[in-house]
Structure formats: structure tokens, C-alpha cells
Design a protein around this ligand. Sequence first.
Ligand code: N01
Length: 492
Amino acid sequence: YWNRYPGARCDIESLEYQYGFEDDLPREWKWTERYATQPEILTYLNHVADRFSLRDGIQLETRVTAAVFDEGANRWAVTTDRGDRFSAKFCIMATGCLSAAKVPDFKGIDSFKGDWYHTGNWPHEGVDFTGKRVGVIGTGSSAIQSIPIIATQSKQLTVFQRTANFSVPAHNGPINPEYRAQMKENYTDVRRRARESAAGILARAPGEKSALEVAEEERRAEFESRWQQGGFALGGAFIDLGLNLQANETAAEFVRSKIRETVNNPETAELLCPRDYPFATKRLCVDTGYFETFNRDNVSLVDVKTNPIESITPNGLRTGGKEYEFDCLVFATGFDAMTGALSNIDIRGRGGKALREKWSAGPRTYLGIQIAGFPNLFTITGPGSPSVLSNMIVSIEQHVDWISDCLVYLREHELPTIEATVKAEDEWVDHVNQVADMTLFPLANSWYLGANIPGKPRVFMPYVGGVGNYAVKCQQVAANGYEGFALAAGGS
Ligand code: N01
């Protein structure tokens, strides 16, 4: 609904990125392309809302402003920007990990005379870039998807890059009918395997060898085969790419060699080669013609790492002591990830304590599902769960199932509240950090760590232990009578 920038599509394959809570839906629905476009995904969501008669339970065009726990009544009071007041026994925050769009606090932004847009909040009527001089700031997934399209629409496009990114080709196209038939026939099994996998994605099984135990030719052949397949397959080529810097560097250098082969101007190619962080420790991007776009005469690349953007001016922007003039600016500058949408709501738990205050040194949760001091409040794919390191649909459904079962359990056992204990939360946060520290992820200044938001505490937020392992842990917790949760009125 919000991310409708040119070229927006899902970079997980459509046959894997769909609901699995019911068997007929995935068999009936016919995705047209390997990677679904934003309009097709929106049509699908509307279809699901109609098919399951969900609209009566949804209030659109409403922003929740506050959620406050009333300890006397054991109820949440939820208020909205339309003046509604709701009272609920349970409150489930399904506010999204990447929904709080962030435009950096650039000096002079209000003085810009042209039009500016954020990729995560794109005008519904679309934008006509014909004949326009356009500046795009950022080179993450949103930029990498939109730049090739904006380049063909605009008169002149300048890309301002702070960190060069690893991107692999999507090789998008129509879905092979045999593959579609096979997926439909085995959908229940496909879904089960996704739930038990490391990232909820099955497109290609991860390799079992170390990148360092094979000869150069074998390594290159494996990378090449996965590059030709496209999408996230490359990330799983060898077992130690995410764990060992030397192994990781072999994949990093492979991608750099592809960039050099693709981009004609050697200086531009070098600038586009990622060197600031290990391969895939920021989210891997998946593109259609991104690097090729820099061979176009109307496209140029400006490094804003050496010379950060100084200000937005009435006519464009200034960096490195030079002013660049534009008719339009596109901020592909990302999100206040994982915590932003929750922090934007005034959430108050026991004793009126604000969630913002509790999380001032970084988010703390038990299993990414609950927060000590905030009874009967659940978070879907919250920090501390696999969330953004997975196929989000798989992770969302796992949380929805777990929370639904939990609510039934509470009702059947006549328990008024459930609340994570401080001890269980502390132990889980320690575990999340320990597992992250075993990987190369903390070496990148990524949004996974909050590094894209000035002043945000540097804490690795998602759980890297794997979707399947995590689901087993959640099942065990429930089977042990909701171990780590206090099940009664009263605190932890
Ligand atoms: O945002 P980002 P995104 N000056 O944070 C740059 C998902 N997604 O919207 O890297 C200059 O990745 C910033 O630079 P740096 C996906 O999970 C999925 O692209 O911080 N530059 C970076 O280049 C993805 O990871 C799909 O140095 C500044 C860019 O802006 C997540 O959403 C498609 C700057 C922000 O990149 C976010 O992606 C799209 C500044 N002051 C997105 N501030 C799918 O296909 C920021 N930048 C499913």
C-alpha cells in the first residue's frame, strides 16, 4: 500500500511469498511472474480480505496514537488519531518492521523548490519523471529496484551513494508452468519445509561445504550457478559465508568481479564495488538491470561517503562543495526499522512505564513476542525474533499461530494475564546477542543494528538462530506451560 515506488516488487519468489494458513488459497491464486509486482501483491491482499470476509474487522485510515495498560482492569486502552477509544483485554502489535519511513534530517529540506518523495511513502497517483532531472539518495533495496526504472523515465538521473551494496540479479520472468504445477501439488509440504528452514525460503538448498575447503574453480562454478539462478540463492552457496571473513570475502570478490564485468566505466565500477562490510551482512539486494543502468548516458553516480550531503538547497543539493540541480529528489533512505513503528505509539505498561523508555538502550523482548512489564501485549515479528532475516510471511504466520494458541490456552485456563518475566527476557536477549556475535552480521553498519538512525542504540535486533530452530523453541515454551511467562494477574 505504501511502497509503490517505480519497480517495487517482492524479491522473494511469489510462489513462496504467499499465505499458507489455508490450503485452497495458494492453489487458486495464479501469480504471473517469478517475483510479484507491488500492484499484483496489493490485488492479492484485497482478494484475501474479500475471500475471508475480513473487511468488517478492519478500520482503515486510522493511526493508533497510544496504548495504555490499566492494571486495575487488566485491559488495554487504545486511542487513535480519529479520536476513537478502544478497550481490549489483549493488544497485538502487527505494526511492521519496515513501516516507519525515515527522511534524514537534511539541513534546508524545506527550502527545496522541486518535488521530493520517499520510496516508502510514494504518491498513489504515481510520479511522472518525463523530462525531469532527478536525484536519488540511497542505494538500498528500494533504490536498487527503482533506479533502473527512473533512469528510463527521466531526462537525467544522479545517484548519491554512501555505501555501495551487494546486489544479485533477479532473473525475473514468467513462472515456469511445470514448476508452478509442482509447487501447487506439494504446497502443504513446501510450506512445512519453509517453516523448518533457516530463513523460510526454499528456492535453493544451502550448500554444505566450506568456501575454503574447495578449489578455486569449484567455488567459482558454485557461485556462478547460483548467480545464474538469481535471487537469494547466492547467499547460501557455502556454509561459512556468514561466519568466516575469509570465506565471506570469496563471495564478496565474486560479486565485485560481476560488477566490473558489467559496468563499462572502471571508476564507476570501482565506486559501485562494496568494500565497507562483509557480503550479505546488510540485506542482500536483488535487482533487474541495476549495475547496467550506470552504462546509460543520462545516469551518473556521486560518492557521498567521502563528502556527505551538506544540505538540500532550493534548487537541489550540495555535497563536496558543489551544488547539483534537480527538479525532483527521491529519498530511498529507508526506515526506523523494527522499533520505529512501536516507538511512534505511546505504549505504556505497568506503572505507566513507557516502552520508549524501556527500550532507550535498545529493544528487549522475550522471543520477540512479549515485553516484560507489558502484560497481554504481543508483537508480531518483534525484535528478538527471526523477522526480517526470513520470509516475512512464514514468520508472521508462525507468530499468529503461536499467539492464537496462547489466547485459547489462557481462556481455557481462565488466566487473566500473560506477561514475560524479566528473567526470561534477560536470558533471551543474551542469547540473541550471543548468536549474532557468532556471525559476521555485527560488522556491518546496517539497519539490523539501528546504525542508519543517528543516535539509535547499536543493538542487533533480529534473531539469527534460524526460523526452524526458533519455531521449535516457541513450541517448547508453550508445551512447558508457557515457560518464562507469568500467567496470572500480578507482575513478574
Ligand atoms: O532502505 P535501506 P530501503 N545520506 O535502509 C542511504 C526491505 N525492502 O528502503 O547504507 C546518504 O536499505 C543508506 O546509506 P547507508 C528490505 O528488507 C524489501 O532500500 O546507510 N545516504 C542506504 O543506501 C530492505 O533492506 C524489498 O550508508 C543515506 C539507503 O539510504 C529494507 O526494506 C524492496 C542517508 C537506505 O537503504 C529497507 O530498504 C525494498 C544519508 N543521510 C525494500 N541516510 C523487497 O523486494 C540513508 N542513506 C522485498
